[in-house]
Write a protein that binds this ligand. Sequence first.
Ligand SMILES: NC(=O)c1ccc[n+]([C@@H]2O[C@H](COP(=O)([O-])OP(=O)(O)OC[C@H]3O[C@@H](n4cnc5c(N)ncnc54)[C@H](O)[C@@H]3O)[C@@H](O)[C@H]2O)c1
Length: 468
Amino acid sequence: MQKPQSFPRRKFLKHVAATTLALGVGPLSSLAGNEELETQVLQYNRKFSSNDMVNIAVIGMGIMGNHNAVSSLQVPGVKLIAACDLYSGRRERAKELYGKDIFVTNDYRKILQRKEVDAVVIATSDQWHARITKDALKAGKHVYCEKPMVHYIGEGLDVIKTQKETGKVLQIGSQYVSNIVFQKAHELYKSGAIGNLNMVNAVYDRQDALGAWEYTMPTDASPKTVDWDRYIEGMKKIPYDPKKFFWWRNYREFGTGVAGDLFVHLLSGTHVITDSIGPEKIYASGQLCYWKDGRNVPDLMAGIMQYPERPQHSPFQLTLQVNFVSGTGGSETTRFVGNEGTIDIRGNSLTVHHSKLPEAPGIGGWDALETYPEEMQKELLKRYNEKYSKEQQKRHNEPDMTYRAPEGFDSSLQHHINFFDSIRNGKPVVEDGVFGFRAAAPALACNQSYFKNKIIHWDAEQMKLKEA
Ligand SMILES: NC(=O)c1ccc[n+]([C@@H]2O[C@H](COP(=O)([O-])OP(=O)(O)OC[C@H]3O[C@@H](n4cnc5c(N)ncnc54)[C@H](O)[C@@H]3O)[C@@H](O)[C@H]2O)c1
């Protein structure tokens, strides 16, 4: 156990500044999100005893591994003591960034053998998630594993079982779950702001090479600097290919395509807001439009999922879209449509729009009324006005309402705070294996649907694929 680190209070406060809220009237103007954030400020400004210290290691020191390391290190009392990566340049960079004394290796098992490591963050390519998670839990480590929780649906239940057997903390890394805007949308939806939900439209579009996963390659990429054999361990022999290592998302053998990579976030967000456990029917269609760089996954995909009626929600349809060559320039939006309004989530804000059906059915305008003889029209109007009062003929809408996350709010930091809280206090994580798998499996089912050209049936309760 090492001494507690002092934590820059102002830096933390920057992330949990007061909530900006521009609300209409009525019960929706709750400040619960704000209170939650303030509670966290208090909690993380308390003094840390040596028992609170958590030593972590990151396995997979690429883009997200470093991002997770930075988020973890913002939580007081967390120390990064080891890092693992298969490319030597990233091990070197880990020492540059986190200190020359940290232990680095290309073999994650060596990390798991170290007693002083309390928790590991797994941010490797997708094909390794389930395997390293299970090994780490069995070695007595708490695990933060990046989304998607698994590479294949068949791996999910085993991960959940291993977590239960070991009793260690497992948080899956879709930080949407900790996004205060999604939590606010959940609160609004539950309070009846849009009536009965019947449709969700979620879009994640991009229009750039980096967004389409063609990341900058290092100058020294070669079998000497990349531990290729370890990378493909357990798979059939595949010759070294730098693209399959540094652009792994583009290959099904290592990644999970746009569905596993991005639909999973949209599903996590939808499940947070609706408390849903998942769809029962899944279909996806797609194409490779533009990024023809050797990839074997589509760069444009549309998914449709049917959510049956459940105690938590009315039946609804979810449409998902990712387009990597979108003339919109890129956008990330999720719209929840109910029979009385919509919640639109865009970046770090949401807008609630109300539109209620009037009691009266309406008459005139784009109607058959004017096609009838003059006298009959007068009679019909007279009867209509006798039957329905002015009030019954009006739409009773509330004004639109916008909610914005606090300036600098960081959902990734919140997600990590929740992970370390759970390790320290036994508080449940917000995204356990069950939640993570229930978001990952329908996303991965989209790949099955696309590649096999069929509708996939999913038993969300039992978390198993079903025959049609
Ligand atoms: N939560 C999010 O918003 C978010 C964002 C980006 C990425 N991710 C997830 O994070 C993970 C990593 O993505 P990335 O963009 O950082 O990829 P990356 O290519 O930048 O980094 C992956 C690293 O994993 C290493 N690696 C692969 N297999 C390994 C093994 N067996 N042992 C040790 N290291 C291994 C590679 O050497 C590589 O450096 C993916 O699962 C991805 O889906 C999540």
